[in-house]
Ligand binder design. Structure first.
Ligand SMILES: [Fe+2]
Length: 392
């Protein structure tokens, strides 16, 4: 950890967590305004029931519920620009807010629309993304966001960025501003029981990766580290149960809570190598974010083991009750993570997710975003290339 201590800590204004607590959405939303624009990330078969329930609860509190858009893929520039144009036509203003119910895609889209619908109408979100476009800053205060996650993975309900993709030209970058942090995170783990096993595994490993990477990051801070220790202590024993027994309330609760903690941890500490490479895998090879992070996690831990020996040993003590002074503690931790990856059946090699070997140079080039800058060990292009070859 960097000394002397000097940090900010950002979190949603209100976190409401608990099984079945989606029934409180109307009362909670009343504190944000009178008109809710709904963004759904749910597949149609599940979505209609949940959205109907939410709409009824909002209307009961005198809040008009206006369905704005549905999104079933990671949001792209075109989605944000079309969505903000549609929202502008509604004349957004005081008393309006966005309500996102879905995974990270829907919540990130809501955050981006909350900012873009009240910004300069002549510009695209590209101009506000990190490292691309014109580097514009969000001027007007974004509309408030109420986030209801339905997957346990990205932690987007507790982060201050929206990840936006483009395939031509290829980039995956963040729109970032403290004011994009949702005002209310309403986390009802019951909403995650319908998530299929493969998505539960990949999104759960994303949360675990976020907890590890924020803990080890060169921007690590004490509050996020405490959250990460707790989050890993919940998620590591629960993920296999959530995958293998989707109805398990304790496992779904543990994963949803660990994910929420991972969002706050990453929003305040940054990430590392796995999240550096994941966007490159997304834009060049269409690998979903969770699968990409899951695939990269063991390699990222190995790459940082020498420079984060003490932190990894401490986690091994917390997670597996091993003496941190024992010489094999870090080896044991990494081995356990690899066993867990195999147990929940996430992809382990680049070739398993459709990467072609000749794409590795492009992956190296596209991995140099903000996440990579948080990695405790700086890797040269040649070192990153060799690492990717090793897991090909
Ligand atoms: Fe992630």
């Amino acid at each position: 950890m960097n000394l002397p201590l000097n940090y900010d800590f950002l979190a949603p204004r209100k976190i409401v967590f608990g099984w079945g607590r989606r029934c409180e959405v109307g009362v909670l939303a009343r504190s944000l305004g009178q008109r809710a624009f709904l963004i759904s990330g749910l597949p149609a078969d599940v979505g209609s029931g949940v959205l109907g329930e939410i709409t009824t609860l909002l209307e009961k509190e005198g809040i008009a519920a206006a369905p704005l858009t549905a999104i079933l893929h990671e949001p792209e520039v075109a989605d944000v620009d079309a969505g903000s144009a549609a929202l502008r036509r509604e004349g957004p203003g005081a008393g309006d807010f966005l309500l996102a119910v879905g995974g990270g895609a829907a919540i990130d889209l809501a955050k981006a629309l909350a900012a873009m619908a009240v910004g300069d109408p002549s510009t695209s979100v590209v101009d506000y993304l990190e490292g691309v476009g014109r580097g514009l800053k969000i001027a007007n205060p974004p509309l408030p966001v109420l986030a209801m996650p339905t997957t346990a993975g990205t932690g987007a309900e507790a982060t201050k960025n929206a990840v936006i993709s483009s395939y031509d030209p290829p980039f995956k970058k963040s729109l970032r501003d403290d004011r994009l942090m949702p005002q209310i995170a309403l986390v009802d783990p019951e909403l995650t029981v319908s998530v299929p096993p493969a998505v539960t595994a990949a999104s759960g490993m994303d949360a675990i990766t976020q907890l590890f990477e924020s803990y080890l990051s060169n921007r690590a801070r004490p509050i996020p580290q405490a959250l990460a220790e707790q989050g890993l202590g919940l998620a590591i024993p629960a993920i296999a149960e959530a995958v293998e027994n989707p109805q398990s309330q304790p496992a779904r609760e543990a994963m949803a809570h660990a994910t929420l903690l991972s969002g706050m941890a990453l929003a305040n500490s940054g990430l590392g190598l796995a999240h550096g490479v994941a966007p490159a895998l997304g834009i060049h090879c269409r690998v979903p974010h969770g699968a990409a992070c899951a695939l990269m996690l063991p390699a990222a831990l190995k790459a940082n083991r020498e420079v984060r020996q003490a932190e990894l040993a401490r986690l091994c003590q917390i997670l597996y009750d091993r003496n941190p002074a024992a010489g094999d503690c870090v080896d044991f931790l990494i081995e356990q993570i690899e066993i867990l990856c195999d147990r929940v059946k996430v992809p382990r090699r680049l070739r398993d997710v459709g990467v072609r070997r000749e794409q590795i140079p492009d992956l190296v080039k596209s991995s140099r975003g903000r996440s990579m800058s948080g990695n405790p060990r700086a890797l040269t292009d040649a070192e990153l290339h060799a690492l990717l070859e090793e897991i090909y």
